[in-house]
Design a protein around this ligand. Structure first.
Ligand SMILES: [Zn+2]
Ligand SMILES: [Zn+2]
Ligand SMILES: [Zn+2]
Length: 162
């Protein structure tokens, strides 16, 4: 898989350019951009990390078995990223390479909800500088980082109603 996309141009050109970039990635892998795959990308474009049941809820015309198969294809081709945390279903989101939106995840340790969150630019730069030193010490070159933030969501913090 050698197709690469420039995130800045995609961000500037909106959804049309994103779909074009998805098509490019799929073609490079010998895969067709079918209407069902297009529908899944569309759903993921409009929301944060979703589980398969949540995707099916958004698009009731998608059959579960084919949606699952199409998601797997999108993950294999690097269009979609599969996010897995300890206790819940896998969640899916468009790869940062396509959206050009570097971000982190707030994870609820109780119900498994995952919410996208941006860190201040200054903190990102500080993180990269510190991680660069850590990586270098072990002979690594830093490519990037994944960092999850754990806590309890508002619903899990709310007092139980009787
Ligand atoms: Zn929660
Ligand atoms: Zn995310
Ligand atoms: Zn970051």
């Amino acid at each position: 898989m050698s197709a690469s996309v420039t995130s800045s141009s995609i961000a500037a050109n909106g959804d049309g350019a994103l779909h074009a970039a998805v098509r490019e990635l799929l073609i490079a892998a010998g895969v067709t951009y079918t209407s069902n795959r297009h529908a899944i990308v569309e759903v993921l474009l409009s929301a944060g990390p979703l589980t398969l049941p949540e995707i099916l809820h958004e698009r009731k015309d998608l059959a579960q078995s084919s949606a699952y198969r199409n998601l797997s294809v999108l993950v294999e081709t690097g269009v979609v990223r599969r996010i897995v945390h300890d206790h819940d279903h896998a969640r899916f989101e468009l790869d940062e390479q396509l959206t050009g939106h570097h971000h982190h995840h707030l994870v609820c340790s109780q119900c498994g909800l995952v919410v996208d969150v941006d860190l201040p630019m200054a903190l990102e730069q500080e993180l990269d500088r510190a991680l660069e030193r850590v990586a270098t010490r072990s002979g690594f070159t830093l490519d990037g980082h994944d960092l999850d933030i754990r806590g309890k969501c508002t619903r899990c913090c709310a007092p139980v109603r009787s």
